[in-house]
Design a protein around this ligand. Sequence first.
Ligand code: 9MR
Length: 381
Amino acid sequence: MLSLGEMMNRLCIFLFLGFSAVTATAQAGSDSLKATFESDFYVGAALSREFASKKGQARRELVKREFNSVTSENSQKWSSMNPKPGDLRLEAADEFVRFGSDQGMYVVGHVLFWHNQTPDWVYEDSNGQPLNRKELLTRMEQRVKHAANRYGKNIDAWDVVNEAYLENGTLRETKWRQIVGDDFVEQAFRIADKEMPSSVELIYNDYGMTEEGKRKAVVEMVRDLKRKGVRIDGVGMQGHWTLNHPSIELIEASIVAFANEGVDVHISELDIDVLPDRNKAFGANVKKTLESTPSNDPYKDGLPQEMQRKLADRYAAIFGLFYKHRDKVKRVTFWGVTDGHSWLNNWPIKGRTNHALLFDRHYERKPAYRAVIEVKKGAGA
Ligand code: 9MR
């Protein structure tokens, strides 16, 4: 039997712990990524189609709480909006823009021109014959006019061109290049500059820009556009990285190199792959895939503590760098909301269990989340 004194003691401890837990929850609630970095850069997330559905309710609430920018993961790609001639499917894209602007967020349209997720009809006439340069330029103009009319200033920035260069800095061989020519990127920005409201920022977006060849090519491209008086406002470094690659030094060199050309740097598609067998040379080339073996899917039942730590350290180092260069970095966007919604569960191997983001499959904050918040707190802000 407990004495009355012991019972009182235990009651006090119980009340104290209970009170602390409530306080801790309240504090955690008042922290958010967007509030923490409010004076530094936007913090965003890519939203997949289902975010607008019933299934997406928890995701919407999390996005409202944590982020002040959104990017359309797939719904504004050409194949999503206009899969066949005259067949416009705009529901998901409209819903995305409505959500972002209702929340007063910095809304990023992704993407006007890419070699993937562009249907074949775009490059052909009604008889299936390839278009010539002039005809394809007209088609590009129609797409931009349509996007400008429909979304106007409700979109704050568009990725105008995605992934036009290879790692070695040469132009990628695509239908855009074959038909329009080597000045395809310039033509795309000319059209966007002409058709979009002047408040809409125009971005070049790519992966692997920490490799020297691609970095130099993009620096040269920005310089060339500016020399010719063609508007380009930002460079989006996608940031599909791993625990070890690229180094902080390489990321920093690219942030500085792009900012020196007078454009904003956007970290546009950040995630950290924790699974084995990701060849760094893959970058984010969706066409390159691998076979699955049991050993290359080791964290099916959750990420062990040691790996959580590694991920947290990596995110802390990366955010330390972004914070250091907060005068150059306009936005940091994660490519997905929770680990369950990441494309890395299906690339480069289909059906694995990756843990690439700051929120786990139960929408809970991971140690990496706290490490990112600590970067700012540790900076004394
Ligand atoms: O995350 C997107 C995935 O759902 C799509 O299947 C894939 C198709 O190409 O595109 C993914 O997003 C890509 C983005 O549009 C451009 N940069 C690389 C991204 C990851 O592949």
